[in-house]
Design a protein around this ligand. Structure first.
Ligand code: BES
Ligand code: MN
Ligand code: ZN
Length: 491
């Protein structure tokens, strides 16, 4: 699909999208024949008072211009008080999907009005382009009767910035790669296959990828990671991605993603209902991979290292057991209260590795870590924990830039005390509040680094199609992590 910014209408496309607000006024720049048809269409809507131009409100219809019937969609921007970028994104995505179903191959979007509601031309260009790209995602690989429909060309008419179009397109595409990785089932996306895919993304986009196999992980003494992996017949892989966009600087961001390509719960086995979505337990890994792709494709002048401890949490005679006391790369002993609290075990070794061996200046970890995160904030907001106000501020602003929600949970000394165990240094089941104690467990391994923990268990995948999101992986945190890197990038 090709997106193009245009200054005027030179041809009529298969479908037209018109942005209006509650004034329901038409843009003045339309060619006469189109303008008169649209005018009478809009008059019809006004007379029936059936359409008000409220934010996100959509009207579909057809108009006849020069003996041609065109699909049209009208999208409301509301007014200055009600305008919302998230509702605009979702409205655009819904329209895109509907027109795609109607087999429109080329779409003209008359969007000059958006300038009145978003004054940064970069922001409005990125918003429009990334929304359309993300709306154009379907997970169809395993559908043998899938009928591919394709929108070939989108023309954006309005005050947009050519340079920002590329950024929007790449952000949208990177988000979709993350969604795709999440949607691949665990029998296809094994730790090894994930590692091979990352290797190819590195080759294409210009970041270095180092893979460490089981014996190399053993040599590193990443014992907590190995304990989780040991019940599976699929070997674990440590995936390290390095991007050096600012070689003169010794500042380096560290991203860590939870990479459980499957989580059965282990001996503390999940019920089937909890297991069917557990191919998604590498949503954190998908987020950091997507971010690395965007960062490197857009050549940010910044240094970032990302680490994924990829494995499966399975059951066999070799599985780790509730009641075990295990070791970790940081040499802290951990009591296993529940083998389903496996993510934090893989993450602490990955975090210790990135701090000790990769010399990062700060750490962000992203993980589908706790079901409790869904109880905290539901499916529309990511839970965060941080040891550093300034760094959290950067992360929180980055989420806002990406139109994603994040909310910081508190750290109290009483919560930290729950991590202690009478036989070991720490317990992996510190109890309620589950999202906070899981986050604090990881915090025990970040040493003095500024750190933000993101629990995306509620946001990494969805069972509903809403706006830019389709059922399945959402690619949440890809764009926020890109904006964090951009914030630290030299100009
Ligand atoms: N991967 C799950 C968390 C999860 C649950 C993600 C639902 C997405 C949707 C994680 O490994 C897990 O099982 N956590 C347990 C921890 C508990 C045993 C302390 C949980 O949340 O129940
Ligand atoms: Mn689990
Ligand atoms: Zn898990």
């Amino acid at each position: 699909m090709k997106l193009e910014i245009v200054d005027n209408i030179t041809s009529l496309e298969d479908a037209m999208v018109l942005l209006v607000d509650e004034s329901l006024e038409l843009p003045s720049e339309l060619p006469a024949d189109l303008s008169s048809e649209l005018m009478s269409y809009m008059k019809g809507l006004k007379d029936k008072a059936s359409y008000k131009g409220k934010i996100g409100e959509i009207n579909y219809g057809t108009i006849k211009v020069k003996n041609d019937y065109l699909n049209i969609a009208i999208l409301g921007l509301g007014n200055n008080d009600t305008f919302s970028t998230i509702k605009l994104q979702n409205g655009l995505a819904d329209i895109f999907r509907s027109l795609k179903t109607k087999c429109s191959k080329s779409i003209l979007i008359m969007a000059r009005l958006i300038t009145q509601y978003m004054d940064s031309s970069r922001k409005r260009t990125v918003l429009m382009s990334e929304s359309l790209i993300m709306a154009d995602y379907e997970f169809s690989e395993y559908k043998s009767d899938f009928e591919a429909k394709q929108v070939e060309h989108i023309y954006l008419l309005g005050d947009f910035e050519k340079g920002a179009l590329e950024e929007g397109v790449i952000l949208g595409e990177s988000n979709k790669i993350a969604r795709h990785l999440i949607n691949l089932p665990a029998n296809k996306l094994t730790p090894l296959h994930l590692a091979e895919l990352v290797k190819s993304y590195g080759n294409i986009n210009g970041f270095e990828v180092i893979l460490k196999n089981k014996s190399e992980i053993e040599a590193l003494e990443m014992n907590a990671f190995l304990e989780v992996a040991k019940g599976s017949s699929q070997p674990p892989v440590l995936i390290i991605m390095k991007y050096t966009g600012n070689p003169g600087s010794d500042h380096r961001l560290g991203y860590v993603g939870k990479g459980l390509t499957y989580d059965s719960g282990g001996l503390s086995i999940k019920p089937t209902s909890g297991m069917v979505t557990m191919k998604d337990d590498m949503g954190g890994a998908a987020a950091v991979i997507g971010a690395m792709i965007a960062i490197s494709k857009l050549n940010l002048k910044v240094n970032v290292t990302a680490v994924i401890a990829a494995c499966e949490n399975m059951i066999s005679g070799a599985s780790y057991k509730p009641g075990d006391i295990i070791s970790s790369m940081a040499k802290k002993s951990i009591f296993i209260g529940n083998t389903d609290a496996e993510g934090r075990l893989t993450l602490v070794d990955a975090v210790h590795y990135i701090v000790e061996k990769e010399d990062v200046s700060a750490v962000i970890d992203v993980a589908t870590l706790t079901g409790a995160a869904i109880h905290c904030l539901g499916h529309d907001a990511t839970c965060a924990i941080s040891n550093n106000d300034d760094y959290y501020e950067v992360v929180s602003k980055s989420f806002a830039k990406a139109n994603e929600h994040v909310w910081r949970l508190p750290i109290f000394d009483e919560y930290k005390a729950l991590l202690k165990h009478h036989e070991a240094d720490l317990t992996n089941t510190a109890g309620s509040p589950g999202t906070i104690t899981a986050g604090l467990f990881i915090g025990e391994f970040v040493q003095d680094k500024p750190w933000v923990h993101l629990d995306i268990a509620g946001t990494a995948f969805t069972d509903k199609q809403v706006g830019i999101y389709t059922k399945g992986g959402t690619g949440v945190a890809v764009r926020p992590l890109y904006y964090v890197a951009k914030k630290f990038a030299a100009k």
